[in-house]
Design a protein around this ligand. Structure first.
Ligand code: DX5
Ligand code: ZN
Length: 217
C-alpha cells in the first residue's frame, strides 16, 4: 500500500501547550506537523508567525509543514525558513507572482508547496509543476478548523494525472476525517492534514483523542 502521511494541524491544538501537544501526536505516529499561519487579510482569522514556528521547532522530530495563508508572502519566506520550516506552502491566489514565490522558497532551502482554494481549478498550477514539491488541495475555504468537507476528489484525480511521474506530493487540507480520507487516498492524495479529527479539543493527559484517530484516518 501507498505510504500516506498524516499531518495533524496544530490549529486544533491547545495554543498554550504546543510543545506537549506536538510531542503527543508524534508519539501516536504523526508523520508531519502542519502549522497554519493566518494574517487576517488573506483569510479572516489571525494565528501566529515565524517566532512561534521557531519556538515549536525543537518539539518537532518530524517535518514542520508551514501553510501560509498570508498576502503578501514573499517578504516573510526567509523568516519562516530560518525558523525551521521544512515545507513552506503559499497560495496561488495570494499574489501575482507565484513563480517567484516558489523559487524564493526553494532558494531559502525549504520544499516549495502551492495551495489551491476550493474554487480554484487544478489548471491554475499547470505551469508550476516543475517548480513545486507539493500541491495542497484545500477542501474547506481556509481560515478556520472544523469546517464541513467540500468533496473535490475529481480535482485531486486531475492533479494526480497532471503530475505524471514528477515527484510532487498531493496534500489535502480541510475536513479530513476517517470518513473522508479513503476517497481522497483513492483519488491520489499523499499527505492528509487533520486538525479536529486528531486533536478534537482533547487534553494531552487523555491519549484517546490522538490514539483513537490518528492512524485510523
Ligand atoms: C484551514 C487550515 C487547516 C485546518 C484544518 O484554514 O488550513 O489546516 O486546520 O482543520 P480541520 O481538519 O479541522 O478541517
Ligand atoms: Zn492548513
Amino acid at each position: 500500500a501507498k505510504d500516506i502521511k498524516i499531518a495533524p494541524s496544530i490549529l486544533a491544538a491547545d495554543f498554550a501547550n504546543f510543545g506537549a501537544e506536538i510531542e503527543a501526536v508524534e508519539a501516536q505516529g504523526a508523520d508531519w506537523i502542519h502549522v497554519d499561519v493566518m494574517d487576517g487579510h488573506f483569510v479572516p482569522n489571525i494565528t501566529f508567525g515565524p517566532d512561534t514556528c521557531r519556538a515549536i521547532r525543537p518539539h518537532i522530530k518530524t517535518v514542520m509543514d508551514v501553510h501560509l495563508m498570508i498576502a503578501p508572502v514573499d517578504p516573510y519566506i526567509e523568516a519562516f525558513a530560518e525558523a525551521g520550516a521544512d515545507v513552506i506552502t503559499a497560495h496561488v491566489e495570494a499574489g501575482a507572482h507565484i513563480h517567484r514565490t516558489l523559487q524564493a522558497i526553494r532558494g531559502a532551502g525549504a520544499k516549495a508547496g502551492v495551495a489551491l482554494n476550493p474554487g480554484t481549478p487544478a489548471e491554475a498550477v499547470a505551469h508550476l509543476l516543475d517548480l513545486t514539491d507539493l500541491i495542497c488541495v484545500m477542501t474547506v475555504n481556509p481560515g478556520f478548523g472544523g469546517q464541513k468537507f467540500i468533496p473535490l476528489e475529481g480535482k485531486v484525480a486531475r492533479l494526480r494525472e497532471m503530475i505524471g511521474d514528477r515527484e510532487v506530493l498531493i496534500e489535502i487540507d480541510g475536513g479530513v476525517t476517517p470518513q473522508t480520507a479513503p476517497g481522497l487516498v483513492k483519488a491520489g492524495a499523499d499527505v492528509l492534514v487533520a486538525g479536529s479529527a486528531v486533536f478534537k479539543g482533547g487534553s494531552v493527559a487523555d491519549p484517546a483523542p490522538y490514539g483513537a484517530n490518528i492512524k485510523a484516518i
